[in-house]
Design a protein around this ligand. Structure first.
Ligand code: NZQ
Ligand code: ZN
Length: 385
């Protein structure tokens, strides 16, 4: 097991009706803040009205920034920073999915920085200070509600980069706020959650049974609840289990003691930077191909994955057969829930493979389970066409 530091200061407020705790948070953080949300789903679902009732009760002076796009844009982040400065705002409340939360994190760090916020994403600066940020999560997927990561797209340069910005101070997770998530976004969220587990599961670090077991339990929980939530969007327990799984998949727990990989995320970010496709959709296509490309680096790890996480029966099979059956189980699961399987599903052909392969390695080789070069990435993308 490797040495590690685990630090996660986010207060998680989980369950039905927990929005009522927002009033206390306004008392603590101040009543002058920026409300950040997306393209209007919170108005349709009625969440916006519930928020307004709490704001009124607290005499809150709220400045709004709506229209944060999926795969949030740097230009939107800059608008938020300007609003914070112009209005002397004390903190940020982000209500939405990963895109809204990531954009709000960028605003929180950018508002306390004299230079261009994009510096953080280009690794030219590290965040030293940030405004407090609270979130009300409406989509189970990224784990952004309980980590410090933020992914922003600079559309002018077609770059999509992540940076360590800031942990939310608190996050309110009411599974009922995900009842209105449409089928496709539910599927993408499931794929993203599983992908976060995979990125941390495939490691060469030995003797990490606790971390490995947590990862396998998250995979099983997601698989057991996925179709329930897709077929019955208002199944509270299914939504709650997906929500807790997605938060636990990327809050630091699964990185304890292990070397993690993250190559597939870099590849997906390169595809999204060029084609603006949904993150979870891209991952469902690329991940099984990454697995096929790298499994020989440690067949025994893939064997364990197949048997423990996907219930592959090992009887009478070679280790390699078991490993390959595990990878097939992942692909079959994605097919069963209706996730995309080919880049062609997004009308992506082979004309920009070189561009994407280059973009996937902005800071040198990617991945740890197998270090990938530009040629490796091009091959994985070719397998995904
Ligand atoms: O914009 P609105 O109208 O709110 O609609 C959104 C959006 O169209 C909709 N939605 C969200 N909650 C809803 C809802 N629709 C109905 N009912 C609800 N309750 O869903 C659409 C997608 O939202 P988005 O926030 O883009 O999805 P997600 O949470 O999957 O976030 C994706 C972004 O997060 C980044 C991705 O790269 C991508 O940019 N990631 C962030 C990470 C992190 N911070 O740790 C890690 C991830 O690996 C990922 O890279
Ligand atoms: Zn992801």
């Amino acid at each position: 097991m490797n040495s590690f530091v685990f630090h996660n200061p986010t207060e998680l407020i989980f369950g039905k009706g927990q929005l009522e705790k927002l009033g206390d948070k306004i008392d603590q953080l101040g009543n002058k803040f920026l409300l950040v949300y997306g393209g209007g789903s919170i108005k349709k679902s009625g969440l916006y009205d519930k928020l307004q009732a709490i704001f009124n009760e607290k005499n809150a002076e709220v400045v709004e920034l709506s229209g944060v796009e999926p795969n949030p844009r740097l230009t939107t982040v800059q608008k938020g920073i300007d609003l914070i400065h112009e209005n002397g705002l004390e903190w940020i409340l982000a209500v939405g999915g990963g895109s809204v939360i990531d954009a709000a994190k960028a605003m929180a760090g950018g508002a306390k920085y004299d230079g261009n916020v994009w510096d953080f994403y280009e690794r030219k600066a590290v965040v030293k200070d940030a405004l407090p940020l609270g979130t009300v999560l409406t989509l189970s997927a990224t784990g952004s509600e309980m980590n410090r990561g933020s992914v922003v797209t600079n559309w002018e340069t077609q770059q999509k980069h992540g940076a360590g910005m800031t942990f939310p101070t608190f996050s309110i997770l009411d599974p009922e706020n995900t009842f209105s998530v449409p089928k496709d976004q539910t599927i993408y969220g499931i794929s993203d959650t599983l992908s976060h587990v995979f990125e941390q599961y495939f490691t060469h670090t030995p003797e990490v049974p606790l971390t490995t077991g947590l990862a396998e339990t998250i995979i099983k929980t997601v698989v057991n609840n996925a179709e329930k939530a897709i077929n019955n969007p208002e199944d509270y327990d299914a939504r709650a289990n997906l929500m807790l799984s997605s938060t636990m998949a990327l809050n630091g727990l699964l990185a304890m003691g292990v070397e993690t990989d993250w190559a597939t995320h870099s590849i997906e970010h390169a595809v999204s930077a060029v084609y603006d496709i949904p993150h979870g959709g891209g991952l469902a296509i690329i991940f099984p191909n990454w697995m096929k490309y790298v499994y020989k680096e440690d067949v025994s790890r893939f064997k364990r994955f197949a048997v423990e996480a996907w219930d592959v029966d090992p009887e009478g099979k070679s280790d390699e057969e078991i490993a390959l059956e595990g990878i097939q189980a992942v692909r079959s699961f994605f097919d069963r829930i209706g996730a995309p399987s080919r880049l062609a599903d997004y009308n992506i052909g082979d004309d920009k493979l070189d561009v994407m392969a280059k973009k996937a390695l902005p800071f040198g080789p990617i991945g740890n389970f197998k270090k990938l070069s530009e040629d490796d990435v091009r091959e994985i993308l070719r397998m995904s066409l």
